[in-house]
Write a protein that binds this ligand. Structure first.
Ligand SMILES: C[S@@+](CC[C@H](N)C(=O)[O-])C[C@H]1O[C@@H](n2cnc3c(N)ncnc32)[C@H](O)[C@@H]1O
Length: 206
């Protein structure tokens, strides 16, 4: 996975569009975070649109994390005010990524590349990292993929793994989040027009 995203970083940045529904979801997420709040962009890729919107347009303090160095290099150029760190989001160092340090976490189109058996653990990590009342914006699969591999995706082999829609929603609830909404969002037509399930959820207050 990491090698794939090192190789396709430039092509991904050129191909990545953003649909109006995706931008509306990001705006809804940002509206619920206090001014200058802290946000983790988990699997941030090239930082556009999410990190750039949240940092540059909304003034939030964004930390982007990705394991692909090539993606982070692009993100640093596009979003100079954010902090970008190289890490595997399934193995974040608890000494750096401390309990309750973020007001919000967005994770767009990244969990779908992680084996689905690990999704519950990753959601538990997100819950741990959020302050009480913190917001999660997650995009995951709208249908199931069980380790599907595409031999040539933008020039590298790519891997997808996620449960069906209802299971994905339940996993977020089981991690202790309160769901605000879930909706299928069609990605930008130029990027393939695939359908992803977006979930906006809140960590409980107490
Ligand atoms: C489809 S891209 C999405 C990037 C960005 N969130 C966006 O919306 O354009 C998936 C990103 O997740 C990163 N990624 C996948 N698994 C990861 C992991 N376990 N740890 C860190 N980054 C990961 C990849 O390197 C890639 O940059």
């Amino acid at each position: 996975m990491q090698a794939g995203y090192e190789r396709v970083a430039g092509a991904y940045q050129r191909a990545r569009g953003s649909s109006p529904q995706e931008l509306a979801a990001l705006a809804d997420f940002a509206d619920r975070i206090a001014p200058a709040g802290t946000v983790l962009d988990a699997g941030c890729g090239a930082g556009v649109p999410a990190a750039r919107y949240l940092s540059t347009e909304r003034g939030l303090r964004v930390t982007g994390v990705d394991f692909a160095v090539a993606q982070l290099a692009l993100a640093r150029r596009s979003v100079p005010r954010a902090t970008f760190l190289q890490a595997d989001i399934t193995a974040l160092d608890p000494a750096v990524f401390r309990d309750g340090m973020f007001d919000g976490i967005c994770c767009l189109y990244a969990i779908i590349h992680i084996p689905r058996e690990e999704h519950a653990m990753l959601l538990a990590t997100f819950r741990r990292l959020l302050k009480p009342g913190g917001m999660l914006l997650l995009s995951t699969g709208d249908g199931a993929a069980d380790g599907d591999i595409e031999a040539d995706w933008l020039g590298a082999p790519m891997y997808w793994s996620h449960y069906p829609r209802d299971t994905n929603v339940q996993l977020v609830r089981d991690a202790g989040f309160d769901l605000l909404w879930e909706r299928a969002i069609v990605e930008d037509a130029a990027f393939g027009g695939g359908v992803h399930l977006f979930i906006l959820a809140r960590a409980p207050l107490g």
